[in-house]
Write a new protein. Structure first.
Length: 289
């Protein structure tokens, strides 16, 4: 009996330790805080016109991109058009993340994000709810559900509107889906996005950004976008565009980098290191002409 009493505290300590360990969050599983792009990170926004290399676009997406005129951004309908959730993290922004918990159980119902660009509030549901019907309304931020893989928050987003894949005319359709991974390392957070689109891409398109925890928090949280008439006298209903074969910027970026225009036109093969051999072959053919 006496031996049992002596061992009881050790048993309780061991059991409590196992219980606490199972309840304790894994490393990096709390993303709460105010974040800003890390200064050393390359921004994915504002690519050049006809800079499609590294993007696995199909012929239809390429044709759409070549029809795009940068004057499209001057139209009132597009001046304040929100970036899609798969693209919005790539530019200058402030990002606030917090948890929304059930008031009784204190279980995490959702992870909320406030994105300063276009003042978007995003909800990532963490309570296991299913995605809605494919006929449900589509939005700029889409419908997102998440779960933890160790210290990585993995998010699936559907029901996004059609919008910019890159800010040079490349688009993604409203059938695209997005998988994201948020991984925290102390005051740094890596964000990886993987876009799959059956209508514009032949392979998934992967991007990544790095964020740094900002203490104190960053400034310029508000984005009061207001459209104006930037082009005077434009006929009502006119939409700037280039007809097939008439894009004046077709070779501009390729000439700047001294690469064949075929490389600048993108496609899945341009994502891989082996494509450098194809560039050498294209250059050799060009010199022989």
């Amino acid at each position: 009996m006496r031996a049992s009493l002596l061992l009881f505290p050790l048993f309780c300590a061991s059991a409590f330790g196992q219980f606490a360990g199972s309840m304790a969050p894994s490393l990096g599983s709390d993303l709460s805080g105010n974040w800003a792009p890390a200064p050393h990170d390359e921004q994915v926004g504002n690519p050049a016109l006809v800079e499609y290399y590294g993007v696995p676009i199909n012929d239809a997406a390429r044709a759409w991109g070549l029809a795009y005129s940068p004057l499209r951004a001057t139209m009132p309908e597009h001046q304040c058009q929100v970036h899609l959730v798969g693209y919005i993290y790539g530019g200058p922004l402030n990002l606030r993340i917090w948890e929304e918990r059930d008031p009784q159980s204190q279980k995490v119902v959702a992870i909320k994000q406030y994105i300063s660009t276009y003042e978007q509030t995003r909800t990532i549901w963490m309570d296991g709810r299913p995605h809605p019907s494919r006929l449900a309304p589509h939005t700029w931020m889409g419908f997102s559900t998440g779960h933890w893989d160790g210290n990585t928050l993995t998010v699936l987003t559907t029901h996004m509107k059609a919008g910019e894949l890159r800010r040079n005319g490349l688009m993604e359709s409203d059938e695209a889906t997005l998988v994201e991974h948020f991984i925290r390392y102390g005051d740094l957070m890596t964000h990886v996005s993987i876009i799959t689109d059956p209508l514009t891409l032949t392979e998934p398109f992967v991007r990544s950004q790095t964020f740094r925890l900002t203490i104190p928090e960053g400034s310029n949280w508000l984005y009061p976008c207001e459209y104006v008439d930037e082009v005077v006298g434009r006929p009502r209903g006119a939409v700037p565009n280039y007809l097939p074969g008439e894009n004046p910027f077709l070779t501009e970026h390729a000439d700047k980098l001294h690469i064949p225009v075929e490389a600048a036109l993108g496609g899945a093969e341009t994502m891989y290191p082996e494509y450098t051999q194809k560039i050498k072959q294209l250059r050799a053919v060009g010199k022989s002409k």
